[in-house]
Design a protein around this ligand. Structure first.
Ligand SMILES: Cc1ncc(COP(=O)(O)O)c(C=O)c1O
Length: 341
């Protein structure tokens, strides 16, 4: 089967799994797991930050980062389509007490004028802004990529108000590869960044938060509060280290495959796809035909050994990843032509 539903569907390879049996282990809650310590040090260095904290996944990474930088009643500014706003159980309000102020912007970037107008120092009546959050790549906007320049502009405006910036960088390595830049340049303007090992990097579990020593001390305390302290977590860290070593540069293949699939879709009758938003490993498209709708197309693709999921009657998201090679990509394009041509 070719699974286009998400890059979270990948399974660890035998080589990745083999690293677990070789990894030195210890109690990570006490800071004694050598493999976790090595992974955290490596990630801090890779992203150009002082320190890093391993967490279970992206949602906990975002939650611990937000919890550590905002006080109850303060405002959190994010994009209207942000993952933290739509798909993380409202944790930033439920757990952190943040009042969320979603704003607009093209392709997942924040509208800088709206950002400047929304930021507030706070006074007797108006609550202050506590944090600005970005997402890179931006899932709901199509896997779109935010540049280092945009991140720096956002951070500069936020700093005028003494406000920090967090990046939900679940797929920040996709952004770096798509732009052809060092991932540290994308992280540099932010106070904290979360990224995931279990999405496009192909590891089964885990995410990392990076930032200053001082902030990561708070994040570690938040992780403990949330029940996210893990004991011999080196079994996770070993596979995460493997994913960083082997699966970053190959992300360019996933991006090429997404573009190829998007171009195929663009040629088919009654399919609407905005090629300008296909910047990494995702393709969002609409099925606007009388003879078939989005769930119907997914069902038909199943006959060709392809798993896909519809968001509603019209919308489908495909995600490419390391379990889809050139031949797999060609199979997807052929199946689309066969069903829709
Ligand atoms: C952009 C983005 N942020 C955060 C998350 C949450 O990650 P997790 O599912 O590991 O909690 C996801 C999950 O798909 C995501 O796409």
């Amino acid at each position: 089967m070719i699974d286009l539903r998400s890059d979270t569907k990948t399974l660890p390879t035998p080589e990745m799994l083999a690293t677990v049996t070789q990894a030195p282990l210890g109690d990570d809650v006490a800071g004694e797991d050598p493999t976790v310590n090595a992974l955290e040090a490596h990630c801090a260095q890779l992203l150009g930050k002082q320190a890093a904290v391993l967490v279970t996944g992206g949602t906990m990474g975002n939650l611990a980062s937000i919890y550590s930088q905002i006080r109850p009643g303060e405002e959190l500014i994010c994009h209207r389509q942000a993952h933290i706003y739509h798909y993380e159980r409202g944790g930033m309000s439920a757990v952190c007490g943040a009042l969320v102020r979603p704003i607009g912007g093209e392709k997942g970037a924040l509208d800088l004028d709206e950002l400047a107008d929304t930021l507030a120092e706070g006074d007797l009546h108006r609550q202050r802004t506590g944090l600005v959050c970005l997402e890179n790549t931006h899932n709901n906007c199509g896997g779109t990529v935010l540049s280092a320049e945009h991140t720096a502009q956002v951070a500069a405006i936020a700093r005028e108000y003494g406000v920090g910036v967090h990046i939900d960088g679940a797929r920040i390595f996709n952004a770096a590869v798509a732009l052809g830049v060092d991932v540290a340049s994308l992280a540099d303007p932010a106070d904290s960044v979360t990224f995931c090992f279990s999405k496009s990097l192909g590891a089964p579990v885990g995410a990392m938060i990076v930032g200053s020593e001082e902030l990561m001390k708070k994040v570690r305390e938040a992780r403990k509060l949330f029940g996210g302290g893990m004991r011999q977590a080196g079994v996770i860290a070993a596979m995460a280290l493997y994913s960083l070593e082997h699966n970053i540069s190959r992300l360019a293949d996933d991006h090429r495959h997404a573009t190829e699939i998007a171009r195929t879709l663009a040629e088919l009758r009654g399919i609407e796809v905005d090629l300008a938003t296909v910047e990494s490993n995702m393709v969002y498209f609409s099925v606007l035909r009388d003879d078939i709708n989005a769930p119907g197309l997914c069902e038909r693709l199943g006959e060709y050994g392809i798993k896909a999921g519809a968001r509603n009657d019209h919308l489908i998201r495909f995600v490419t990843h390391l379990d889809i090679d050139d031949a797999g990509c060609a199979r997807v394009c052929d199946a689309l032509r066969a069903v829709l041509g």
